[in-house]
Design a protein around this ligand. Structure first.
Ligand SMILES: CC(C)(COP(=O)(O)OP(=O)(O)OC[C@H]1O[C@@H](n2cnc3c(N)ncnc32)[C@H](O)[C@@H]1OP(=O)(O)O)[C@@H](O)C(=O)NCCC(=O)NCCS
Length: 174
């Protein structure tokens, strides 16, 4: 049997299952990615059409494990978002607003961060966050991310230029 240098595993936390995406996740992920509140500071506008989410999901499923370590987030059997690294070493995450405020993002991110450092010999992971995205900045700061820089007009989302705060989290010392 062919050995896979970067096996995609499932991660279990006390309340969440994190697993590779599959085609049947389309409707649940579209509910997240079409939500204006959840997508307020995402790198694209909310998905208006299911075909947009379908293409996004195809990319997530086919992303090569050598450069991607990405998971859908399941809570009590319901897909509520995604967390992980579509393109290493940058972290990305989004949860449906119905599930905000319960510590679920922190729980999911702790698991994917531990997993990525256990699986890949990378020295650090990074994040690129809109300065107005207080929730994401709070979650990342609580996880130990430190600001490494700022830049203006980094991303054109729809017809609006957005700025970036860059953050980094180094591999924990053994
Ligand atoms: C950011 C997001 C994932 C947070 O999810 P969540 O499950 O509500 O976060 P948690 O409950 O785990 O919160 C973790 C910490 O962040 C804080 N926090 C979360 N949202 C916050 C907000 N909007 N404002 C201030 N603090 C916030 C919590 O109080 C908590 O702090 P504590 O550890 O001191 O108690 C969620 O709001 C989301 O999906 N946002 C949209 C997607 C997005 O912008 N992704 C990032 C792109 S870079």
């Amino acid at each position: 049997m062919e050995s896979r240098p970067f096996p995609m595993t499932e991660l279990q936390t006390s309340r969440l299952k994190l697993r590779p995406a599959r085609p049947s996740d389309l409707a649940a992920l579209h509910a997240v990615l079409s939500d204006g509140q959840a997508m307020r500071f995402w790198s694209t506008p909310p998905h208006q059409h299911i075909e947009t989410t379908s293409a996004w999901l195809r990319d997530m499923i086919s992303a090569p494990p050598a450069t991607s370590h990405d998971f859908v987030v399941e809570h009590r059997g319901v897909v509520i978002g995604k967390a992980g690294f579509y393109q290493l070493p940058e972290i990305g995450f989004i949860l449906h607003p119905d599930y905000w405020g319960q510590g679920l993002a922190r729980e999911a991110l702790q698991a994917v961060i531990a997993s990525v450092f256990a699986t890949y010999p990378i020295p650090q992971i990074i994040a690129d966050v809109d300065p107005r995205n207080a929730g994401s900045l709070a979650v990342l700061t609580r996880l130990g991310f430190m600001e490494t820089g700022r830049a203006e007009r980094t991303l054109l989302v729809g017809d609006t230029w957005c700025d970036s705060i860059y953050l980094g989290l180094s591999r924990p010392q053994p």
